[in-house]
Design a protein around this ligand. Structure first.
Ligand SMILES: Nc1ncnc2c1ncn2[C@@H]1O[C@H](COP(=O)(O)OP(=O)(O)OP(=O)(O)O)[C@@H](O)[C@H]1O
Length: 340
């Protein structure tokens, strides 16, 4: 159930290509995130005016909000190319040394999930960021020798969903940190209209609003839902992406008006109906919906908490009045229960 979630904020390899086609290429096309955009624009344009490289950039925020897109945009704005790697892809410090020593002057090195770099690679990286130098070890055992290599200036763009997990020495090497926040519905509508144009989909305004409202503040989810609505319109409808098509398509995928899917609603319903609104412990709640506690905690709960549908207390999870309202149920002790 979890792997196929249409509202998952993560992406798999198959979807990457579809996403790449929808990526804004320049800052001016990047929707929303006004503060980060303006700050970045200053950093980049000042570097361009000086003819040097900008400070290293750290982008933090939940998945699907545009960190990779911004990294590509930074390279484009600087008129340079980008090398892409990620924390988990770098097994040994030597792998990172090889990447660093092959960088051309002014290039951007994008390190996704930078908080997942192994400690030796992390140390190598912050020395390289500070001094544009990397020590390459040649040979093995007693005969091993470290040779210092000077690197041409370059810019690291690091992306992380967990800025707090970055060790201070690495975090401090970033001269600019931008935090990406969830998008408003109006911003997501703008993302959707732009994507629809690129996909050749005729998207009615009310359909854009309908999809945006169910996209959990995340452009990746908005674009994914748009593709599902387009499919529905082609197969079941007459190709028109209007509000009726959007509603029907998203019903097929069990995404409700708030953007909750089947698992989210199962958790909410169990909490309200089976446990009378809680408090109930995570494990008990997970057993009630037939999932692992970790799945409930990492997949369903963050959005339910963010939406103010459930609360976490020291004694367990509790349903808020909004949860009962969303499920169309009368809250215990509420006015409706006096009569029901
Ligand atoms: N501000 C934006 N304007 C337009 N489209 C956007 C914006 N932000 C993200 N997108 C689109 O959303 C999709 C996901 O963006 P991206 O891959 O950059 O997210 P991410 O934060 O790097 O996620 P992850 O960390 O999971 O890789 C892409 O198709 C991208 O084009």
């Amino acid at each position: 159930m979890v792997d196929e979630r249409v509202v998952a904020p993560e992406v798999d390899e198959a979807e990457r290509a579809a996403e790449a086609a929808l990526r804004p290429r320049r800052l001016a096309e990047f929707v929303g995130q006004h503060v980060v955009r303006e700050q970045l624009e200053l950093v980049l344009h000042a570097a361009l005016a000086r003819g040097g490289v900008p400070d290293h950039v750290l982008l933090s925020g939940p998945p699907g909000l545009g960190k990779t897109t911004l990294a590509m945009i930074i390279a484009a704005e600087l008129g340079t190319s980008v090398r892409v790697t990620s924390g988990p892809a770098i097994q040994h410090a030597g792998d990172l040394a090889a990447v660093l020593s092959s960088l051309d002057e002014g290039e951007v090195l994008f390190v996704d999930e930078i908080h997942r770099l192994a400690r030796p690679a992390e140390e190598l990286l912050y020395v390289a960021m500070e001094d544009f130098r990397v020590d390459v070890v040649v040979g093995k055992g007693a005969g091993a020798n470290a040779i210092g290599l000077t690197l041409p200036p370059f810019t690291v763009v690091g992306a992380t969903t967990r800025a707090g997990l970055l060790p201070a020495p690495l975090r401090d090497r970033f001269g600019f940190t931008g935090h990406l926040d969830f998008y408003s519905s109006a911003e997501l509508e703008q993302v959707l209209r732009r994507s629809a144009g690129l996909l050749g989909v005729d998207l009615a305004d009310d359909a854009a609003a309908e999809i945006a409202g169910r996209s959990r503040g995340t452009p990746r989810i908005a674009n994914r839902l748009l593709r599902r609505v387009r499919d529905w319109a082609q197969v079941r409808g007459d190709g028109t992406c209007d509000r009726a098509a959007a509603r029907a398509a998203l019903e097929v995928y069990e995404v409700d008006e708030l953007g909750l899917d089947r698992l989210d609603r199962a958790v909410l319903r169990a909490l309200c109906v089976r446990f009378g609104g809680g408090p109930v412990g995570l494990t008990t709640l997970a057993v009630a919906v037939g999932e692992e506690p970790e799945t409930v905690e990492t997949v369903a709960e963050p959005f339910l908490v963010r939406e103010g549908l459930i609360g976490r207390t020291p004694r367990g999870r509790v349903a808020t009045p909004r949860a009962w309202e969303h499920l169309d149920l009368a809250a215990p002790g509420g006015p409706a229960s006096l009569f029901g």
